[in-house]
Design a protein around this ligand. Sequence first.
Ligand code: CMP
Length: 136
Amino acid sequence: MSNIEQTLSIIKPDAVERNLIEKIKSIFTKNNLTIKEDKKIHITKDEAAEFYKVHQSKPFYNDLCTYLSSGPIVVMILEGENAVVHNRKLMGATNPKNAEENTIRKLYGISIDKNSVHGSDSIDNAKKEINFFFKS
Ligand code: CMP
């Protein structure tokens, strides 16, 4: 039975800065995820703080929000079979050092902060995160 989902993907400032947008997008499309919407934006630190508020108690929260607002990012709605889990497999582990070969973070991530991409971690968060960037 098919299970078409949508998830939110972000190409983070480190990857935008290194001109990796098309390379990363092609990993999604070659792996059967359709980019339904995408836009390049530069968010404020307050917006980043709102987006990442699930992490507000973490010691890395402030740096994380500073970083996501430090330069342009690309936000995308990806759609496909089991898109939430599929996207996370394509991204690889949060820390590029632990990411499997050929995952986006292994190929392009620099550090746990500059790990090139973000992807929703559950259906519920995917809905919230899509709504955050694409609410009409
Ligand atoms: P992301 O998937 O965007 O979700 C939260 C981000 O926090 C994560 O990727 C990392 O880039 C960043 N981060 C920094 N330090 C840590 C840490 N110790 N554990 C998890 N995430 C971290």
